[in-house]
Design a protein around this ligand. Structure first.
Ligand code: 5AD
Length: 427
């Protein structure tokens, strides 16, 4: 499998390993499996997840050696800022601050959000892309996501699989999930798997523990996206081998939150998100963009709140109105706003991992490419079985009929075009 590059451990100090990727050094935690200097490993999200037999590592590295440096050149070329894009002096001053590594004020962030002319948006995106390239190089993660159940006991105002929504329900058994995960890892080479579901209590502690213990053996970063489950359950799942959790706070605006999630509370959700981080989980968090009543200040607050949670990955995306929900008639977020938010996330958190989410891809066909060229550096490939994908209707989305191998091929082709290499972004 050729979209993850193995790194060679050149040093371990404490729990931190230094990995060498063709002379580029990155750090990764090594508390998941036993490793030694000299080992070749795969790292994901800054965590060493699997050891690679030297022969296999040599073959993969041979495949990547020239490509890696070619990709870097392509990326450097695409990350140049085209100064013929004109912008008002106010915005130019903000972008100059970013280039000089000066912190942005709230007004600076508002100036970015206010920009509305096409050349200004272009310039904002290019500045973010330039910054991403300068700070993180051309690394880009590709994770797999498996949506294993669309049952949910909540009824969030935005979500198309809430308990009152009429959608054909499905649940995969633990052994079905294990089988699909096995194929994803062994056949397709995924090194990180997001396991996502509605808040479905059918998956008891015993079932989830059984699942994680099995998946741990695969040598893969197990990313949980199970919603607001009990803190102690998350603790046990961590001990069993889960190492990353995706839980968005959805909005930092308490009023909007309570309108859309009347049975829950923002404070409670944030407490859980913070606990996940404290337990040691790699944390992916963020918000929905474009909820009704949201102001530019709310958007900035959303980004700042995400940053304050110390995310290992930013995950945010536009609201895609889902039928039969409270927000079914809501308007769609403007594509240029989506670009500006990705860029702004990069500006306020320079070394961030920023996921180009499926909702972004759904908003507009070219947002995947545009988002990656505006500061994003992480992607997901959907591994849900084709016959179930359309039932996981949190929002209406275009269902790709492509088999996993084809989806990978397409993604790799995109990464090649953009000069991105699948090495870990580091700890
Ligand atoms: N549009 C965009 N994102 C949505 N989510 C749920 N419903 C929608 C929608 N209609 C997001 C929420 C949730 C994640 C799994 O999906 O942020 O946390």
């Amino acid at each position: 499998m050729c979209y993850a590059i193995p790194g060679k451990i050149i040093k371990i100090s404490g729990r931190l390993a230094t990995l060498d990727y063709f002379g580029e050094l990155r750090q990764a935690l090594c508390d998941f499996i036993q490793v030694r200097p000299g080992d070749y490993v795969y790292a994901q999200g800054g965590l060493v997840v699997d050891k690679v037999p030297p022969k296999e590592a040599a073959a993969t590295l041979k495949f990547w050696r020239t490509r890696f440096f070619d990709l870097k050149k392509t990326d450097a070329k695409l990350a140049l800022i085209n100064l013929s894009n004109r912008a008002g002096s106010n915005l130019l001053a903000v972008l100059q601050k970013i280039n000089l590594n000066r912190p942005l004020t709230n007004n600076d962030c508002l100036a970015v959000l206010k920009a509305n002319k096409a050349p200004e948006i272009k310039l904002i995106g290019q500045t973010a892309n330039h910054l991403r390239q300068k700070v993180l190089g051309n690394a880009c993660c590709v994770h797999g996501i498996l949506e294993f159940s669309n049952y949910c006991h909540n009824n969030c105002g935005y979500c198309g699989i809430g308990k009152n929504c009429s959608v054909k329900r499905y649940r995969l058994t633990v052994s079905e999930i294990c089988r699909l995960a096995g194929v994803a890892v062994k056949k397709h080479g995924f090194k990180a798997l997001v396991l996502q579901s509605g808040e479905d209590l059918w998956y008891s502690e015993a079932k989830l523990l059984q699942l994680i213990k099995h998946l741990k053996k695969l040598g893969v970063l197990i990313f949980l996206s199970l919603g607001e489950r009990d803190k102690h359950l998350y603790q046990k799942l961590y001990r069993a081998g889960a190492r990353a959790a995706l839980l968005r706070f959805e909005t930092s605006n308490e009023k909007i939150y309570s309108q859309l999630k009347p049975d829950s509370s923002l404070t409670k959700r944030l407490t859980l998100i913070k606990s996940l981080k404290n337990m040691g989980y790699l944390l992916a968090t963020g918000f929905i963009l474009g909820l009704p009543g949201e102001t530019s200040q709310d958007i900035i607050n959303n980004l700042l709140l995400t940053k304050s949670l110390g995310p290992d990955m930013y995950s945010f995306g536009p609201l895609i109105p889902a039928p039969n929900t409270l927000l079914s008639n809501n308007h769609l977020t403007d594509q240029s706003l989506a670009i500006k938010i990705i860029a702004l996330a990069r500006f306020i958190d320079r070394p961030a991992k920023i996921l180009l989410t499926t909702a972004m891809e759904t908003l507009s066909k070219n947002l995947k490419t545009e988002g990656l060229l505006s500061g994003a550096n992480s992607l997901m490939i959907n591994l849900t079985p084709p016959q179930l994908k359309q039932c996981y209707a949190i929002y209406p989305r275009q269902i790709s009929n492509l088999a996993t191998a084809q989806q990978i091929k397409k993604t790799v082709a995109l990464l090649y075009r953009l000069g991105r290499a699948p090495l870990d972004l580091g700890y």
